[in-house]
Design a protein around this ligand. Structure first.
Ligand code: ZN
Ligand code: ZN
Length: 412
């Protein structure tokens, strides 16, 4: 293993094989697949939400083990997002890399905020605009590595937190500068515009496909930045995604369903898009299970009920909730109460066209591709998301015997 081996991991949120085929004109993704390894179907985790998935991608652990069981922390008042690296309950590849003396950059990778003790070049992903008030620059400077001050000041004009792809253009420009100026051993970054436009305009809209082509340009910019830095030849590029999407046309207020059925305070749903986690208070779990089972197939949109034993066994997903319910194909859940049970969604609604959070067995699935030194040219039909973290470590010459086997993408 050459000492100067480097790794760039680009997570294009919600990208699928179908997107790449439909988008056309994706020369940078095509070149990675043509040179390297491609896995069009990654079996992910449940619920298939962005923060739990990204936590799995960097820990190689399931949500029950790494502790990021949803995007938001149900146990805390106001349900803040899981943002901080310290929210992870298990060791991540960042810890392993740091322990081996490698330098690490994280540019808006979920669940890495405030990880200054382990991340050399950190720009956090900010998921609560209310924290920022009117001072975006001040917020970013306060929450990013001080050494990145000039890069952030130079590019902040590109950022509009209410708008995509501006967030990604800012993030990618900063990531490119980090690659050029500091040549970190490993960089993680996370363009999210494809996910945003799928939610708002649908899986196959022209706007979504435009974002796929734009994300491809971002990959191209990151590759070019390594050429500028003189590190291209020693860098393995990984492009992956966290989940696919499924289309929908209605939202069901699950807590309102429970209230009207007289279960009120005793059953509380916390939505995860196409699924929900169900907390039980002062009610026998057997009674709760019987009730939830009785809702399967009715107007509540519940397609399937998982007990906590099933969730642990099948997905390694466990927490303070007692059940998860999966929605039918065209429904997402909300936490609303005191409203109508069913809302028909239109393109003007937030998440009005498609979403995720569904069982990871459902298609379309996320992808993984890699190219660079020692990466074989091959296609593997499917693999597990749990294999990605040990693969990053293997690229960097670090063994992780306690994790799953790395993906079979290496030449030797
Ligand atoms: Zn996502
Ligand atoms: Zn999303």
């Amino acid at each position: 293993m050459p000492k100067d081996r480097r790794l760039v991991v680009i997570s294009i949120d919600a990208l699928t094989d179908d997107d790449i085929r439909r988008a056309g004109d994706t020369p940078n993704l095509d070149s990675i697949r043509e040179r390297g390894a491609y896995i069009p179907n990654i079996n992910g985790i449940y619920p298939s939400l962005t923060h739990p998935c990204h936590a799995t991608i960097i820990t190689g652990r399931t949500p029950g083990v790494h502790g990021i069981v949803s995007n938001e922390d149900f146990s805390k008042p106001g349900r803040p997002w899981f943002n901080d690296l310290s929210d992870l309950k298990s060791r991540s590849v960042i810890d392993c890399l740091k322990g081996c003396g490698k330098t690490v950059a994280s540019c808006r990778w979920p669940v890495t905020a405030n990880g200054f003790d382990r991340i050399d070049y950190l720009i956090p992903e900010i998921t609560s605009e209310t924290l920022i008030k009117d001072d975006i620059l001040g917020y970013y400077l306060d929450n990013s590595s001080p050494i990145l001050k000039d890069i952030i000041e130079e590019h902040i004009v590109m950022l509009d937190l209410k708008s995509q792809p501006e967030e990604d253009l800012f993030s990618t420009a900063c990531a490119c500068e980090i690659l050029r100026c500091f040549r970190p051993d490993v960089l993680f970054t996370h363009p999210a515009c494809v996910d945003t436009y799928k939610h708002h305009t649908g899986i196959r809209s022209s706007k979504t496909l435009e974002m796929v082509r734009l994300a491809d340009r971002m990959v191209g910019d990151l590759i070019q930045a390594t050429r500028d830095a003189g590190t291209f030849e020693s860098t393995v590029f990984v492009v992956l995604s966290d989940h696919g999407h499924n289309e929908l046309d209605r939202e069901i207020a699950l807590n309102e369903v429970f209230r009207r059925d007289g279960k009120g305070d005793r059953l509380v749903a916390d939505e995860c898009g196409h699924s929900a986690q169900i907390y039980v208070n002062g009610m026998a779990e057997s009674e709760a299970f019987e009730y939830l089972q009785s809702k399967v197939g009715d107007e509540s949109g519940i397609e399937r009920v998982f007990t906590k034993e099933e969730l642990r066994e099948r997905y390694g997903t466990f927490g303070a909730f007692s059940f998860m319910v999966e929605s039918d194909a065209h429904t997402q859940f909300s936490n609303a109460i005191g409203t109508e049970i069913e809302t028909r969604l239109t393109v003007d609604d937030h998440h009005g066209c498609s979403t995720h959070g569904h069982m990871p067995e459902k298609s379309p699935k996320p992808i993984f591709m890699a190219a660079g030194p020692n990466i074989a040219h091959r296609t593997i039909t499917e693999a597990s998301m749990l294999q990605e973290a040990p693969t990053f470590l293997k690229v960097m010459g670090i063994e992780a015997p306690d994790l799953e086997t790395p993906l079979d993408i290496f030449r030797d």
